[in-house]
Each structure stands twice: as structure tokens, then as C-alpha cells.
Write a protein that binds this ligand. Structure first.
Ligand code: LLP
Length: 432
């Protein structure tokens, strides 16, 4: 009935998240409000960790892709669970730093890292810097040399796999701004150069083929291509690559049309493919890293809004207006991503209307979705949009000078604020 396993309906007919009444949460904290179920967040991360234990002898590490939802508390939680972090900017790195995360377990990404970012990473001994291009390799070698250290690196590789997902979130193909291509020879050239650099230590190679992917085959193919490259490096450079980072990208259920594979199945098939390649190519089993983001945080989140009005345009459509929109969830505007919505205070009623949920921005494209099935909504209703835990808060903006909502965590019947609601003074904080 619901897209995420933690959602339910209580005796009042109200939607619950992690067992907590969402209508009461809206009353207590106000709307719009992001609600995250802490137990589900941890459970999803642990599923990956356990599957590495089960299928790959524990010889690997899960790094939560913090771009999906980054704040100090989520960094602390992942750190306590023994999960590393994938970060992609100095802002995410600084958040992890302030949260006291273990920097050895951080993978630092980015296709155009600044000197400031590289210096911060080197100073704080980030476990792995994922080098994207030759310019970065040269700059990092210089920066590490100036600081008298050797930086551990991985190379971002484009394995040339088509991941069958939205063009904007595809990254593994040759026409991508990320990483080195295999087929042109630039990846091997980079490896040779890195081996010759005195201040970097080439530990591994990395790929990320895209996001919201449902098939396992592209991941298996990517792992095979990467293993072949590890063997080629051994043969041509007499250099052993000890780590293989296979990125993230596992799909989740946003609507009933989506059919995600169990995360365990992914790890089982990829582990088997890596082991098989090792035998066939006569290379040592690498330490494996994976970087799931959406599939850890996405299903754990919902967003609550208050309905302000309903406009029926005869024979055209019905707009349900909410007190948020593209500022807290730009994903429909950007990718036409579909969501499931529920009138939280009528969750036991049938979804007998078809509506467009419209945000409050001064922009016609500010929609959360079109043609959505919803209980009959009226002003004052609380509307929940499901599976908004990933790429929602993190992609939110202050367009139209709208303050960002608060984020609260629920756990075992309790709720607490982890990111405060922005105030009007926050909006003008940096104005002179
Ligand atoms: N690792 C790397 C290097 C990545 O670039 C990404 C996502 C991930 C891991 C995590 O992928 P996930 O498991 O979350 O699919 N804003 C878009 C998605 C952009 C994906 C960026 N990279 C969206 O809202 O759909």
C-alpha cells in the first residue's frame, strides 16, 4: 500500500512514519517538514554492510554517499555504525569533520576539486581521494609534496557501461564529465603517471555508472570491466591495485511502478563476478568499496506539507497547493521524477482524486507531480510526499527567499530536530 516499509496507518486513520503519527508531527514542528526514520536509515546501511560480510568475507566497506542527505547527525550515525562517507565538496567534508567522522573512511570525490579542497583533504588525512583528471593529479602531487605527505588515491574511471537511467544521472559512459575513459587509453596513461608521482599512492580504481538503476547486470559488467583494467595495470605497469570502488546507484521505490532489487542480490552477484575475474585474470581479490546513497536515505524520508487550497479547472486538472514545493524538492522540475503522496490525516480513505501537487514558488514548473492519485484534499489537510529522504533536503534552495524546512528524526516513538527550520533572519544573514 505504501512505497516505504516504515509507513503505516494508525487507529485515527493518520499516516505513521516509523510508528509516529505524522499529523501530530506537523502540528508540533510546523510544515513543510522533512521527517526521517532513523531506524530505517541505519537498517538500510547495515543491509549493505552485512551483504559484504556474507558474500565477500567482510573484505570491503560501505561509504554512505552523503550528497543525498548530509548533516552532522547523519555523519555521526553512519560513523557509529562503522560506515564510511563519500563526500564531494569541502562543505560535506567540513560537516563530516565537525561531526567527528573517521577521515580514514572517507572517499573524496569531485570532477573539479579546488586547491582549498585538496589541502583540507590532505591536512585531515582523508583515506582516499578519488582523482578525476590529470590536472588534479598534478595539483594533488604538488600539494601533498608541499606538506611532506603521500596522499592515497583512486582513479575515477568511465567503464563505458550504459546504465539505462535518466540522462542527467548517467555517469559511466564515455561522454561524461567525470573521470578517465578506458577506451581512449587516457586511464592507463594516468595510472603510469601516478605511479611516477612521488607524493601520491595509487591504491585503487573507482567507477559509478549512474543512479536509480534497477538492473543488476550493468553493475556486474562494470565490475568485470574494472577487474580487467586491474589485470592490465598489473601486466603493463607491474603495479598492484588493491582496492575497487564500485560506486552507488541502486534504485528505490518512488511509486508502485518501480521494482527495486534487494540490495543483497546486488552484492551477491557482484562479489561472484569479482571473485571469478580474479581467478581468470590471476589477480588478488581487491578490497571492495560501495557508495549507496539514495537506497539508504531515500525510503527513510517523507515530507509533510499543509494544503492551502484546491483549484479545480474543469476538464483540465485539479491543483492542490502546498506550503513548499521546488525549493524543498526540485526533483520533478529537474527530472520529472514521480512520487507517491498521501493526505496524512485521511490515510485510511481511498485515493479517489487525480491531482497536480503545486508548490508556492512564482514559477509554473514548480510541481511535485502531475496525475497523482490522492485522497480528496481540502485546505488544512496535511499532505505527505513519500520517499523524499534522498536528494531533497540536500538539493533544496532559498528560491523566492523561502526558508528551508526543519529536518526531524523519528526513532522508537520519539522525535527530535536534527536540522533547525530556517528563520527569516537566516534568509538575510549574509546581506550587507
Ligand atoms: N558515488 C558517486 C561517485 C556518485 O556520484 C553518486 C551519486 C553516488 C555514489 C550515490 O548514488 P546513489 O546510490 O544515491 O544513486 N540528484 C540526482 C542524483 C544524482 C546522483 C549523483 N551521484 C537525483 O536526485 O536523482
Amino acid at each position: 500500500m505504501f512505497v516505504s516499509e516504515n509507513l503505516g496507518v494508525n487507529e485515527k486513520g493518520h499516516l505513521t512514519a516509523g510508528g509516529v503519527d505524522t499529523v501530530e508531527l506537523a502540528q508540533q514542528y510546523g510544515t513543510p517538514l522533512y521527517v526521517m526514520d532513523e531506524n530505517l536509515l541505519v537498517k538500510n546501511a547495515q543491509r549493505y554492510k552485512n551483504s559484504i560480510d556474507k558474500f565477500y568475507g567482510g573484505n570491503g566497506m560501505v561509504c554512505y554517499a552523503s550528497k543525498v542527505f548530509c548533516c552532522k547527525e547523519v555523519c555521526r550515525i553512519m560513523n557509529n555504525e562503522g560506515i564510511g562517507l563519500d563526500v564531494v565538496s569541502i562543505g560535506e567534508l567540513y560537516t563530516a569533520f565537525k561531526a567527528g567522522a573517521d577521515f580514514e573512511k572517507i572517499c573524496f570525490h569531485g570532477n573539479n576539486k579546488t586547491d582549498e579542497e585538496l589541502e583540507f583533504a590532505v591536512d585531515n588525512k582523508v583515506g582516499r581521494i578519488i582523482v578525476d583528471n590529470m590536472f588534479e593529479l598534478e595539483r594533488l602531487d604538488r600539494i601533498a609534496g608541499e606538506k611532506g605527505v603521500k596522499a592515497n588515491i583512486m582513479f575515477r574511471i568511465k567503464p563505458g557501461i550504459d546504465a539505462h537511467t535518466h540522462d542527467f544521472v548517467k555517469t559511466g559512459q564515455i561522454d561524461s564529465k567525470f573521470g578517465f575513459a578506458l577506451e581512449t587509453g587516457e586511464a592507463m596513461e594516468a595510472v603510469k603517471k601516478a605511479i611516477a608521482c612521488p607524493n601520491v599512492n595509487l591504491k585503487g580504481i573507482h567507477c559509478h555508472i549512474g543512479s536509480q538503476i534497477f538492473a543488476i547486470d550493468p553493475f556486474v559488467e562494470a565490475a568485470q570491466v574494472m577487474m580487467k583494467f586491474i589485470a592490465d595495470i598489473k601486466e603493463q605497469c607491474d603495479w598492484e591495485i588493491t582496492e575497487l570502488n564500485l560506486g552507488g546507484g541502486f534504485g528505490i521505490m518512488y511509486t508502485e511502478k518501480d521494482d527495486p532489487v534487494p540490495y543483497e542480490d546486488y552484492m551477491e552477484k557482484v562479489s561472484a563476478a569479482v571473485k571469478e575475474s580474479c581467478e581468470k585474470l590471476n589477480v588478488k581479490l581487491p578490497f571492495i568499496l560501495i557508495e549507496p546513497g539514495r537506497s539508504i536515505a531515500g525510503p527513510a524520508g517523507i515530507t509533510l506539507y499543509t494544503c492551502g487550497g484546491v483549484k479545480h479547472i474543469p476538464n483540465i486538472r485539479t491543483y492542490v497547493s502546498i506550503d513548499g514545493g521546488m525549493t524543498d524538492n526540485p526533483r520533478y522540475a529537474l527530472y520529472q521524477s514521480e512520487y507517491d503522496a498521501v493526505v496524512a490525516n485521511k490515510a485510511d480513505k481511498p485515493k479517489d482524486t487525480t491531482v497536480t501537487i503545486a508548490g508556492k514558488c512564482c514559477e509554473s514548473g514548480d510541481l511535485i507531480g502531475e496525475g497523482m492519485a490522492l485522497q480528496s484534499a481540502e485546505p488544512g489537510d496535511i499532505i505527505a510526499v513519500c520517499a523524499t529522504g534522498a536528494y531533497n533536503y540536500s538539493m533544496s534552495s532559498n528560491y523566492n527567499r523561502i526558508p528551508k524546512p526543519a529536518v526531524i528524526f523519528v526513532k522508537d516513538g520519539q522525535s527530535r530536530v536534527v536540522i533547525k527550520r530556517e528563520t527569516l533572519d537566516d534568509i538575510i544573514r549574509n546581506d550587507i
